[in-house]
Each structure stands twice: as structure tokens, then as C-alpha cells.
Design a protein. Structure first.
Length: 186
């Protein structure tokens, strides 16, 4: 029986770091830790796929928080059921639960529902923030094909091609103008 860790951050741009999760998983005694830098809502997470392939009967999949494994309640519960069917246990360090008991299963379902709700609240806040920015006249765009040379006053796309910086009018000569950092809608 081995402890196998899985860590995930939502972005690959370096805004978030895996250190906190990796330290906790190492301290918990994980022999190996798989990593992803992708949204928990994405189905294509190569680190998780490799982790699931690596796990063997008797192993324990360990994550720091339940939402690191995924954000959708149904998918989390299905994944943990699939692990149990393979004889693999599951452990979330910050939400201790025993998924082999009825109480532990109920707790898992409640935690998974809260993780999904949190994701939906974040999405709602981003949508509201973008709407407020549009109402204030901030220029938002999803046209990632334009370059700074084609539109020197346009947004500057960051390497992920999802985030941009929109340069507004100068406040006064010789000062830095207004800058908006935004998220391109999917």
C-alpha cells in the first residue's frame, strides 16, 4: 500500500504555485506526486490520467483539498467510486473523511457540492466583473489573433492567450495610463 499524491493549480502562468500542496503531500508521506496546471473542470488533465494509471490496489490517492481533484460534484463522486471499485482508497488532507462508511460518503457528497458551488460563484463573479467593465467603457476583446503591430492601442495578450491587458487613455501627459487586466471569456 502506497500513498500517491495529486496536486493541481488552475493556471499555468505562474500566478498560482504548487508549493503549498507539494509540501503538504510530501509531509503526509506520499511516495510520488502527480501534478497538473489546468482547471479542475477540464476533462483533459494529463497528470491526473497518469496518476490514475499508476495507482494499484491497496494504494491511497491523497490530495490536499477535495476541489484539487475536481470541481463538479457528480464527477468527483464517480471518480472516487471508480477508485473504490479498484480497491484504491481516497484521502483529502484538509477534509478528513472515510469514504467506506455511510457518514463518510455523505460528507464527501456535501463537500463535492460545495466545491461545485464555489466554482459556479467564481464564474458568476468573473461574468459580473466583465459586465461592469463593459458598462464603464473598458474595451474587452476575444480577438487573440491581432498583434500589437496590427493594433498598437489594443490589448496586450499574455502568453496563455486568455488574459489580456487593455491600455486605456492617458490620465495626463507623462503619467501611466489606466490599465485593465481581464480574462477572455471561453
Amino acid at each position: 500500500m502506497g500513498l500517491i499524491g495529486y496536486a493541481r493549480i488552475s493556471t499555468a502562468e505562474g500566478v498560482q504555485v504548487l508549493d503549498r500542496q507539494l509540501d503538504a503531500l510530501t509531509l503526509a508521506g506520499c511516495e510520488r506526486v502527480f501534478e497538473d496546471r489546468a482547471s479542475g473542470a477540464k476533462a483533459d488533465r494529463p497528470g491526473l490520467a497518469a496518476c490514475l494509471d499508476f495507482l494499484r490496489t491497496g494504494d491511497v490517492l491523497v490530495v490536499l483539498d477535495l476541489d484539487r481533484l475536481g470541481r463538479l460534484a457528480g464527477e468527483l463522486i464517480t471518480l472516487i467510486d471508480q477508485l473504490a471499485a479498484r480497491g484504491i482508497a481516497f484521502r483529502a488532507l484538509n477534509a478528513p473523511m472515510d469514504t467506506t462508511t455511510p457518514t463518510g460518503r455523505a460528507f464527501l457528497q456535501i463537500q463535492a457540492a460545495f466545491a461545485e458551488m464555489e466554482r459556479n460563484v467564481i464564474r458568476q463573479r468573473v461574468t459580473e466583473g466583465l459586465a461592469a467593465a463593459r458598462a464603464r467603457g473598458t474595451r474587452l476583446t476575444t480577438n487573440s489573433d491581432r498583434t500589437a503591430a496590427q493594433d498598437p492601442g489594443g490589448p496586450l495578450w499574455l502568453p496563455s492567450r486568455r488574459h489580456f491587458i487593455s491600455k486605456g487613455p492617458q490620465i495626463k501627459a507623462g503619467t501611466v495610463g489606466k490599465v485593465t487586466i481581464g480574462l477572455r471569456e471561453p
